[in-house]
Design a protein around this ligand. Sequence first.
Ligand code: ADP
Length: 618
Amino acid sequence: MKKFKAQSQKLLDLVVNSIYVNREIFLRELISNASDAIDKRRFMSLTDSSLAADFGIEIKVDKTARTLTISDNGVGMTDKELEDNLGVIAASGTEAFKKEQGVKENAELIGQFGVGFYSAFMVAQQVTVVTKKVGSDRAYKWTSDGVEGFDITDAERADAGTDVIISLKPDGDDDKYSEYLESYRLTTLVKKYSDYIRYPIRMMTEMYTEDRQKADEMTILNSMIPVWKKQKSELGENELDEFYKHTYRDYRDPLYNIMTRVEGAVDYTALLFIPSEPPYDYYTKDYKRGLSLYCNGVLIMDTCAELLPEYLGFVRGVVDTPDLALNISRETLQHDRRLKAIANGLEKKILSELDKLLKNDREKYEKIFTQFGKAIKFGAYNNFGADKDKLKDLLLYYSDKNKKLTTYKEYTAELKEKAPVLYACGETIEKISMLPQLEVARDKGDDVLYFVDPVDEFVARMLEEYDGHKFENIASGSEEVKTEKQEHKDLLKRIEEKLKGKATVTATDKLKSYPVCLAAKGDVSLEMERIMQAMGGGVKAERVLQVNMAHPIILGMENLTDGAFDDTVTVLYNEALIAEGYKTEPEFLAAINRLLAGEQKPAANKSATKKTAKKNEE
Ligand code: ADP
């Protein structure tokens, strides 16, 4: 006996032990494999007519033997293919498998790379596959109990194709398997999951095996109409969701689907889905963006990237058009005018649906935006902002005042004419909400939008303004206040000298309970500096230490000895670094320790504290 590869074994365990609560889907998986195998043979038969056949899938039940057989006349498999295909799980899948832990993730994973064939072991105590490859005269039998390994032996089969024979597990107290021997149950399952399969699926009960003609009339279970060709009224409950889950190997329902039929310069039907989460490889170069392209129900291309703008790469689905030549090559397709027209139509349609959701089903839109908003933001930024105007109203940002997501339209509706759109950057909502600069904005009643994605500020720069309102980073140093008092000027200068070029120093009125904060002046914000450095660029922000001249610590600094003054500047500068999410400098700890030990006089002195307290009361 050959053993399953180690990873397969683990996975088998997961499957068999019912991570798929939904056992019944095994039938869908096997039928879909059968259909794929027929697709392959049909494709070959286009150039070799000897391979043509009356294609179809048969389901046979033997109640006495407790077996259920799914047969197809597709390509079949050689002994090598049997071993490779049914003994191993795709390498990419195993990689992902190794990384993930915990049942939920594993369940997800199974959905993602589709255990397909293995799902048979949810109901089978043994699976036998008898198969003969097209053009070969040898047939093989693969058997396995799904636990340790499998055997491959020679076998007999009249024609090319594959039989998958399932010996059902015995019924237990809670688990019943006999239902899969009942034709009404199987019929329901085929209708539910496999109705659109393009080849006839027949149920071969004993009664009909004799009379083939009658069998054909009586027993074709599926309508064979692709879901996207059906009228709304013809669609079964959840049929679109089921189609999505099965086609894209996702165990979760899609968040949204769009069905559109267009007649005009180019006719087409499209069925589009927005997944509930990005697929696991979405942010890798392995992810294949695009829609399946059909010509009158015949698949021409699996993932046609030209049908979607890059920023809508998360949308999945199908386009069917009668207007393309079947034998069109990939290269010609790329330049095809009709294809471009379809792509434009789809982009408009998807954006208008998103806009509709934003207006009528905010909760759903926010769900979609939470998952895929980043892609839309990149869309607004990429290509020098070519698409920014059609996307800007779809963007959502967390509002400091309302503690929920808001659009630019909603935000600016509350602004006075020409007042800026205020924003603050940071890694998370929580971190931004603690930025020192926010206090004064809040006191003034100003709302501030949170930019948590690195791309956000780039998009704002690209937009330049929204409806006459310019964008302003609350941590930007350009709005410095001029301090007139000579002693303030002297103090700022003294702090700046101590910082030795690490930052310039200005007074600010944006702070309240914090003595200092870090900002940037000029074109490069702190956030941008971080992003560019992460990308390997050497761009530097011009750092500014903004000082709250009314703060007791600052007021007390004049009276400090030189040593204490220096340590205080070090501590303040590092405090500003921390608030912005930076690492501290090495000298920070020593400075704190000296101040705490009272080796040097601490910063605040009494008279200064009183002065500010009074000032705050006013
Ligand atoms: P997937 O279908 O996602 O590739 P499966 O585990 O369902 O994964 O099947 C693994 C492989 O086994 C298929 O890709 C196919 O090459 C082969 N296979 C499965 N069922 C059949 C069948 N009925 N006829 C021919 N080949 C099949």
